[in-house]
Design a binder for this molecule. Sequence first.
Ligand SMILES: NC(=O)c1ccc[n+]([C@@H]2O[C@H](COP(=O)([O-])OP(=O)(O)OC[C@H]3O[C@@H](n4cnc5c(N)ncnc54)[C@H](O)[C@@H]3O)[C@@H](O)[C@H]2O)c1
Ligand SMILES: [Zn+2]
Length: 409
Amino acid sequence: MIQRAIQLTYQHRVVFTHGAFEKSNLALCDLVADAAELGGPSKLIFFIDQGVDAANPKLREQIETYCKAHSNTLKLVSPPLVLPGGESCKNDWALVDKVWQALNFHAICRHSYVVAIGGGAFLDLAGFAAATAHRGLRLIRMPTTTLSQGDGGVGVKNGVNYFGKKNWIGTFSVPFAVVNDLNFLRTLPEGELRAGLIEAIKVSLIRDAEFFEFLKTNAERLAALETGPFETAIRRSAELHVHHIATSGDPFEYGSARPLDFGHWVAHKLEQITNFRVGHGEAVAIGMAVDLLYSVRIGLLDRATCDRVLTLISTVGFRLWQPDLDQRDAVSGKPVILQGLEEFREHLGGRLTITLVPKIGQKVEVHVMEENQILGALDDLRKRYGAASKSASAASSAASVPVAPETEG
Ligand SMILES: NC(=O)c1ccc[n+]([C@@H]2O[C@H](COP(=O)([O-])OP(=O)(O)OC[C@H]3O[C@@H](n4cnc5c(N)ncnc54)[C@H](O)[C@@H]3O)[C@@H](O)[C@H]2O)c1
Ligand SMILES: [Zn+2]
């Protein structure tokens, strides 16, 4: 047997900025200039999420003007290309092919840059195509939702849906850089803007008690989506996610533990059984609440701490009950949501591993979840928040911004 360890170090860069395509903003230009090895400008190709393009009608023109102004460094190979975004783009293999066609046509090589601007789904699509062309092109991600700026977009994986399964095809690949332009968030509907805050609360719970206190102190201002604390929360969330990926010892997820998925076993199932009517942020809020109440029941977490967290989650604007949690399986008569546990295990492979929080800022992994205690936690949640949710949903269905339902991956 010949056995050698291959050790690699990746640089994972996440830049925060406002107005990335203003002429005086050098964030993007400097990233490319710093890595230029060939002399002369580097080739860039831009792909834009249709939703972002529609909300920013001047964006394509701004990109072209920006690249012209920095033509010593940046060579735009074609006008930016616009493709559909949202979850359904990950179900459409023809779109992967479209990205490949463009990369091939414009002779994009491993020293060129693919810049993808969009929500997490679009970044997954463009990122997957970029990662597989020429065995991996340099990708600059520009996430445009709070969820992707503070969580998904700053990670090191991509994936598209196949066989009707989410992220069945994909790769782990560290992007060349991520540019979080906070100005993009201005065109998001309120619900999607708020959604990213839940991942900030999540990562504070598993990693950073001080950040949790920041969120707690600023809960009312966060609820009002006040720019200062809001941007601080998204930035710190991204930083903690990146820190976790860089230091946890398992960036490419070979093990069974997935601490950044705290609260997600319920969340994924809830999104699925509601056909994505319940968005990811709302679903994670409920998933974390179930796991926190469960932890109190098994004596892992004290009730006062659990109450502090639940108060924070609901103060910043997340509903903590959805009637769909009561959907029952026709055969077993048990809540369908329980199936999320086995599906979560299957998705990770290996042994069931669920992250729980025994203290704010700390995590433990458990391999058994007691069914009767989960049912108890669901009861606790219904008793506390069931009635409030009924009136809230009546009020919000009258006033909410419509969001297209996503098809399940
Ligand atoms: N690769 C990873 O590590 C990772 C991690 C977490 C999540 N994800 C994936 O991310 C996806 C969810 O991403 P998301 O929550 O960012 O939403 P999304 O990408 O589904 O976008 C939602 C909608 O918002 C539109 N949009 C995006 N930015 C906008 C803006 N600034 N203004 C107006 N409209 C805008 C999009 O066109 C889309 O219609 C899922 O597919 C999930 O699997 C990937
Ligand atoms: Zn999540």
